[in-house]
Write a protein that binds this ligand. Structure first.
Ligand SMILES: *[C@@H]1O[C@H](CO)[C@@H](O)[C@H](O)[C@H]1NC(C)=O
Ligand SMILES: *[C@@H]1O[C@H](CO)[C@@H](O)[C@H](O)[C@H]1NC(C)=O
Ligand SMILES: *[C@@H]1O[C@H](CO)[C@@H](O)[C@H](O)[C@H]1NC(C)=O
Ligand SMILES: *[C@@H]1O[C@H](CO)[C@@H](O)[C@H](O)[C@H]1NC(C)=O
Ligand SMILES: *[C@@H]1O[C@H](CO)[C@@H](O)[C@H](O)[C@H]1NC(C)=O
Length: 381
């Protein structure tokens, strides 16, 4: 039976082979087969790192997809989850998570609240993650040497770590910088003073990328920073900010744009300095901004109103999941009815619905420099 099936399909197979052989070799390079993902950054790519070190954000975080708070700062999946899923890899385990993690297909060093520069105010007393980019690099370095020891020992623990050659074949995802800018805005710096910190920030960013390259990383997928001036948390806290024609705080967005410009330039330089690296600058600003300028097109309403929270024009008078006292009654600042119709989940972070749309757009490569799609991110051109 099987043999008959095979011979019946023979002409078709032959035809396909013929077509392939006569087509010019424009599809010469095959899609990248990343066996692992390593990621670095802050909340946009944190799958539970900060939660492992401190505590998970409260319910209803995670309600849409996981039905529990996983430590992600969203109602559901975030962009790094969609990246992993597109390569049929599991959602990346946080490096800091000691329970139930399996690092065979990578590890996630990102934690919400992380900065490029050394943080001056850290949790639990302050507001930022102690795991800044340089610490994440040190953790990664340690991860490589420890997993080698474990692999050499064999046994069950060896089934929980990446194979040696995965480190050079993996995709390295970065998404960091927004907190460095945000703490500047919330400190007593002027917009111009925050803007002036950008070149130094980008230099520190590039130093860490180089260090990670020197440990064997080759394929880099580096997100730019989003339009911070469209975030409810900025709009609510800086009510006198000048708005653009869509209602985003113009100068705050200009600082994000300047950061992105400097990052893009620095990565172009790095690409020529490191001939073995495939470095893709991923413009995440444009697809995120387009959500705010054309919400209806994507099925969104109330673009500047957080889905989860309580009170005020932007619904962030109380934070998502906080228990508050309203007229003598305790209530939880909960979720809107349908998070899939909102861009922003908690006033800072995006909903799963918004993350999915942004993922779909960045993965095509149309916004990238060079314009390389996600599944070709192991190639230089
Ligand atoms: C979601 O979680 C709640 C509370 O833990 C539980 O009662 C409910 O059955 C869960 N729903 C699904 C679909 O798993
Ligand atoms: C970890 O994941 C890998 C790949 O999915 C699997 O082969 C391995 O058995 C897992 N390890 C354990 C202890 O479950
Ligand atoms: C903020 O203002 C205080 C008091 O004027 C000053 O001591 C401090 O250096 C300022 N901080 C920043 C980040 O400019
Ligand atoms: C930030 O600095 C750059 C370079 O000096 C300048 O071109 C840009 O206008 C500045 N942006 C803001 C918002 O100050
Ligand atoms: C709380 O009380 C004020 C004044 O009586 C009223 O206007 C408001 O609607 C009440 N809020 C809620 C959530 O019931």
């Amino acid at each position: 039976m099987a043999r008959i099936e095979l011979s019946r399909h023979m002409p078709l197979v032959t035809l396909i082979v013929l077509v392939l052989c006569t087509t010019p070799p424009i599809f010469a390079s095959t899609h990248c087969d990343f066996p692992a993902i390593f990621s670095f950054g802050a909340s946009n790519v944190d799958t539970g790192g900060l939660a492992a070190a401190f505590r998970a954000p409260p319910s209803p975080y995670g309600q849409t997809y996981f039905n529990r708070s996983t430590g992600r700062f969203s109602d559901g999946r975030i962009i790094i989850d969609f990246i992993a899923q597109s390569f049929r890899l599991p959602y990346p385990s946080p490096y800091l998570n000691s329970l139930g993690s399996n690092f065979t297909h990578g590890a996630n060093f990102a934690t919400a609240g992380s900065t490029i520069n050394i943080p001056t105010s850290i949790l639990p007393k302050g507001i930022l993650s102690p795991f800044s980019l340089q610490i994440q690099y040190i953790q990664f370095k340690d991860f490589i040497s420890k997993t080698k020891l474990i692999r050499d020992q064999g046994g069950v623990f060896a089934t929980l770590v990446p194979k040696e050659d995965y480190f050079s074949k993996a995709l390295y995802v970065f998404d960091i910088g927004q907190n460095d800018l945000t703490i500047g805005f919330f400190g007593n710096k002027t917009i111009q003073q925050v803007n002036a910190t950008v070149p130094d920030l980008v230099n520190n960013y590039i130093e860490n990328i180089k260090n990670i390259y020197n440990l064997g990383a080759r394929s880099f997928w580096i997100h730019s920073t989003g339009p911070k001036g469209c975030a409810p948390v900025i709009l609510a806290n800086f009510p006198s900010a000048i708005k653009d024609s869509y209602g985003c705080a113009k100068q705050y967005n200009e600082v994000s744009q300047y950061f992105n410009l400097k990052l893009k330039e620095a990565l172009a330089q790095l690409r020529s300095d490191l001939p073995l690296a495939a470095i893709t600058y991923v413009d995440i600003y444009s697809p995120k901004y387009s959500l705010f300028t054309n919400p209806k097109k994507y099925g969104f309403e109330l673009p500047y109103v957080a889905c989860c929270g309580y009170g005020g024009e932007y619904n962030i008078g109380a934070g998502c999941g906080a228990t508050i006292n309203v007229n003598g009654t305790k209530i939880v600042a909960g979720s809107c009815k349908n998070p899939s119709t909102r861009i922003t989940w908690d006033g800072t972070h995006y909903t799963e619905a918004a993350n999915k749309i942004v993922f779909d757009q960045i993965s095509t490569g149309a916004f990238n420099d060079p314009p390389i799609s996600l599944d070709m991110a192991c190639y230089r051109k």
